[in-house]
Design a protein around this ligand. Structure first.
Ligand SMILES: [Zn+2]
Length: 113
């Protein structure tokens, strides 16, 4: 489970940002997590409360936005959801594709005051 390591990285990044910008409170963090990123939002949510204890983010809410794993078929150029279609083009059944989105793991927004 590498989610704990990722959460700790996120916390460090946000804490650094808070110090640089002299923020005392961050209300919430919005993380964008792609369906193809091999990160499980459920695990992120599970480890987050433990990871933020004794940090500046103790009372900060974690919001996770999942982005769909979208690929474009290399043969007919149709865009489709890779996860829902098991990496097979629903139009021409080709298994060749290029990933358009879904590998993201990033801090999208901070709500601070
Ligand atoms: Zn196709």
């Amino acid at each position: 489970m590498h989610e704990l390591g990722l959460v700790i990285q996120v916390i460090k990044t946000v804490e650094k940002y808070m110090k640089e910008n002299k923020l005392s409170t961050v209300e919430s963090i919005v993380l964008q997590v792609g369906q193809l990123s091999e990160v499980y939002p459920k695990y992120l949510k599970d480890v987050y409360p433990i990871a933020v204890e004794d940090t500046l983010l103790k009372n900060t809410e974690l919001i996770i936005e999942e982005t769909a794993g979208i690929g474009q078929c290399d043969d007919c150029h149709f865009n489709y959801n890779l996860v829902e279609n098991s990496n097979e083009c629903p139009v021409c059944s080709s298994k060749k594709f290029s990933i358009i989105s879904g590998k993201e793991f990033l801090i999208k927004e901070l709500h601070a005051y």
